[in-house]
Design a binder for this molecule. Structure first.
Ligand code: OOG
Ligand code: MG
Length: 257
């Protein structure tokens, strides 16, 4: 098994929006550590071609998400500038089976590193928080994968959009924020910020801890998505998805082909 070659395979299927078989069908002994290596090498390939890494995402930080994909532990992924959606519009061309999830985005302005950082450390390092929509699109058939597979596919990362407002990190109790997701005017998901590991700040603590195990850290200037508050919502061309976050803001995403 050649991790460099597997990274090339993953990149190809991501770039072309092509379904692939689970890597673990061919390589049942693939470890979580191998999978994070594949993820890292895949993103290096994007960087070699001009993309910039702009942040991290946590995934599977809520019970709703864990149950929906049958993988019961948090994972992380890497975000590049090429994943940014800046105009509330998602083009489905080149995507396989996109889904959208409501999230919080932490704007980090101080390095976060170590195995035992606290919530106070995270708040101190967080310049601001944005509301966000993440578009995930697993490259695996039927959106079905194991823990190792999904890590190798960069935690299904595809696109993300930040709301235009930025909030001071400690002005809001993020665990109490209620999100309501509607598809074409019908509410399809609701949840509270506390669904994310009790408080989204815990996702940043967990990410710092996981990165520290491989001697990495969250660098100043990075954004971090803390993980979906609700289950992800399937979208297709013609849809309009909105997510209202208490009285803070409503984000809309128009889906086109
Ligand atoms: C894995 C990515 C999960 C989240 O916010 O929980 C994720 C998946 O569900 O395909 O991004
Ligand atoms: Mg997500």
């Amino acid at each position: 098994m050649n991790l460099t070659q597997l990274a090339q395979t993953v990149e190809y299927h991501q770039r072309h929006g092509k379904e692939m078989q689970k890597l673990t069908l061919t390589y049942p002994n693939l470890t979580v550590e191998d999978a994070y290596h594949i993820q890292k090498k895949t993103i290096q390939r994007y960087e070699d071609q001009g993309d910039k890494m702009v942040g991290w995402k946590m995934g599977l930080t809520s019970v709703a998400k864990q149950k929906s994909v049958n993988v019961e532990e948090p994972i992380y992924g890497r975000l590049t500038d090429g994943m940014t959606l800046s105009n509330a519009s998602l083009v489905t061309k080149g995507l396989i089976h996109p889904k959208v999830e409501p999230e919080f985005a932490f704007h980090i302005n101080k390095e976060l590193k170590g195995s035992n950082i606290t919530a106070a450390d995270v708040w101190d390092a967080t310049a601001e928080i944005s509301l966000a929509l993440e578009v995930i699109d697993s490259r695996y058939k039927n959106f079905s994968f194991t823990l190792t597979d999904v890590i190798a596919d960069n935690a299904s990362s595809t696109k993300y959009m930040l709301g235009s407002k930025r909030f001071k990190a400690t002005d809001t109790d993020w665990s109490a924020v209620q999100v309501s997701v509607s598809l074409n005017g019908t509410e399809v998901q609701t949840g509270f910020g506390e669904a994310v590991l009790g408080n989204p700040v815990n996702a940043i603590i967990e990410l710092t801890r996981m990165l520290n195990q491989v001697d990495l850290s969250i660098q100043p200037g990075m954004i971090v998505l803390s993980g979906a508050i609700t289950e992800a919502v399937n979208v297709q061309a013609g849809d309009c998805l909105t997510a209202s976050f208490s009285n803070l803001d409503t984000l809309s995403l128009h889906v086109h082909d």
